[in-house]
Design a binder for this molecule. Structure first.
Ligand SMILES: NC(=O)c1ccc[n+]([C@@H]2O[C@H](COP(=O)([O-])OP(=O)(O)OC[C@H]3O[C@@H](n4cnc5c(N)ncnc54)[C@H](OP(=O)(O)O)[C@@H]3O)[C@@H](O)[C@H]2O)c1
Length: 274
């Protein structure tokens, strides 16, 4: 078993840190004694979380604009010294058939979910290599990085891209003591589904969360607790549902089985006019 990392005093940067999984992770990291740098487009939610932290700063940034990675990492270094951990978590979904997704929509969602992750984690990796003290890079992927539900093809593609990119990074950076982990939450009760619905021009009351059985829904605090465990004892992938993880593995061997269970989601959506 790898040695337990003492988190006290080790700074972490979290994008999308003002709400949902990012905010819950920020608070859990703060509790563990980590100075926290929060980033997002809206300053108010960032300030709300900062107010609950002993050591936290808010950086208002759009991860798709300019070189957000330099700006954010510079701000972190100035406030707390070189970050130990960087969590690329900002992201959103899109409720759209694969054939109905436009190239412009694909580019936009890849910009936020994938290219911004690449930019931030690559720049963080270069700085960590230079400092020579190791570190931990994390990306908020999803369980759907391993399989695509209907109406979420574009979103799943961005998460699969994140997952594969991080797999390679993990192997490349292990020799210099930098851990790389992907986080694979199942349905987590956050604003994610409302934002997705809004971006997709759909009624938020008709959200994909409605198709998820209760036992597969979880709180952002549950994801945050799993992330803290991973920061303490790094693992390649953080999962919060053994059942979904096993289903993802089974899908590799028997794709038709997963397709059958997903069909129900499609039928429900048709019945409700989606
Ligand atoms: N909820 C789920 O079921 C679930 C499951 C698996 C994976 N995930 C992943 O978990 C991550 C966090 O999602 P969440 O569930 O916590 O939803 P959320 O509360 O909507 O969080 C998304 C965060 O990303 C930030 N963000 C979005 N676009 C941004 C941009 N261009 N620049 C900077 N920040 C941006 C948002 O802040 P601003 O709007 O203020 O910028 C917000 O704080 C996402 O990557 C999502 O794909 C979620």
């Amino acid at each position: 078993m790898p040695r337990r990392v003492q988190l006290e005093g080790r700074p972490i940067v979290i994008t999308g840190g003002g709400t949902g999984i990012g905010a819950a992770t920020a608070l859990a990291c703060g509790k563990a004694g980590m100075p926290v740098v929060l980033a997002g487009r809206r300053i108010e939610p960032l300030h709300n979380i900062c107010a609950q932290l002993d050591r936290g700063i808010a950086v208002q940034i759009d991860v798709t604009v300019g070189d957000h990675a330099h700006e954010l990492l510079d701000a972190a270094e100035q406030a707390f010294g070189p970050p130990w951990a960087v969590f690329a978590n900002a992201g959103h979904g899109l409720d759209r058939t694969a054939h109905g997704t436009t190239v412009a929509e694909l580019r936009e969602i890849f910009d936020v979910n994938f290219f911004a992750t690449h930019l931030l984690l690559s720049e963080a990796a270069k700085r960590m290599i230079e400092h020579g003290r190791g570190g931990h890079l994390l990306a908020s992927a999803s369980c759907v990085s391993k399989f695509a539900p209907p109406y979420h093809g574009a979103y799943a593609a961005t998460k699969a891209a994140q997952d594969l990119f991080c797999q390679a990074m993990r192997l490349e950076l292990a020799p210099v003591g930098i851990h790389v982990s992907t986080v694979h939450p199942v349905t987590t009760i956050t604003k994610f589904f409302d934002v997705s619905a809004e971006l997709s021009g759909r009624d938020s009351g008709h959200s994909s969360i409605d198709h998820t059985p209760r036992f597969l829904q979880q709180s952002p605090e549950r994801v945050a607790a799993a992330i803290i465990k991973c920061l303490q004892r790094p693992v390649p992938e953080v999962w919060t549902s053994r059942l979904v993880r096993m289903s993802a593995a089974l899908r590799m061997l028997r794709p038709t089985l997963m397709d059958r269970s997903m069909k129900k989601m499609l039928e429900d959506d048709r019945l409700s006019g989606g």
